[in-house]
Design a binder for this molecule. Structure first.
Ligand SMILES: [Zn+2]
Ligand SMILES: [Zn+2]
Length: 181
């Protein structure tokens, strides 16, 4: 990819994300490295697991074409600037993280954009990994749909726990992020 194409790709990310930031630049570099390593034949052959839900997540989604709602983009919120790129045909997976140690004024757009054109090994590093995604986490039809014996709502993809009383959802069994107002 030449410099013009690289800048155009960043512009696409900025349009989706809403502003130019270091996260978009690092996300583009990370995603391109991950795509080069995983080398999916088509976008359907790729799953990306992103490790935070900040700026880089939007750039990675934009560059790779993966989507949360298609189960091709997954969030494991470790708060790290990293993502793993899984080729679902070859089953090879590569975890790419940021290795950028420079400092630049986040409000200096030219300086931020210049990081895009640094050599890849100054910005990202990677390792081949084995992932432990379960079959029920893969794209495709839901493997299991049950009704929670407590709240009565449907629970997809084996996210329930089976109890003597019947299947129960995680919110009912473990407690949830909300309470009724
Ligand atoms: Zn941002
Ligand atoms: Zn429930």
């Amino acid at each position: 990819m030449n410099d013009l194409e690289l800048d155009a790709l960043l512009d696409t990310c900025v349009a989706f994300h809403g502003h130019l930031c270091m996260g978009q630049v690092l996300g583009v570099k990370l995603a391109l490295q991950g795509l080069a390593l995983a080398a999916p034949a088509t976008p359907r052959d790729l799953i990306v697991v992103v490790e935070n839900d900040r700026c880089i997540a939007d750039a990675i989604q934009t560059v790779t074409g993966t989507r949360l709602g298609r189960r091709t983009l997954k969030l494991k919120d470790y708060g790290r600037m990293a993502a793993t790129f899984i080729n679902t045909t070859t089953l090879r997976a590569f975890r790419v993280h940021t290795a950028y140690t420079g400092t630049c004024d986040p409000h200096d757009e030219a300086a931020v954009r210049a990081v895009l054109h640094l050599p890849d090994d100054q910005v990202v590093a990677w390792q081949e990994v084995k992932t432990h995604l379960k079959p029920e986490e893969m794209p495709g039809k839901p493997s299991r749909v049950v009704e929670c014996c407590t709240c009565g709502e449907r629970v997809f993809d084996g996210k329930d726990t089976v109890t003597a009383a019947g299947p129960i959802c995680s919110a009912c069994s473990l407690g949830s992020y909300y309470t009724l107002a």
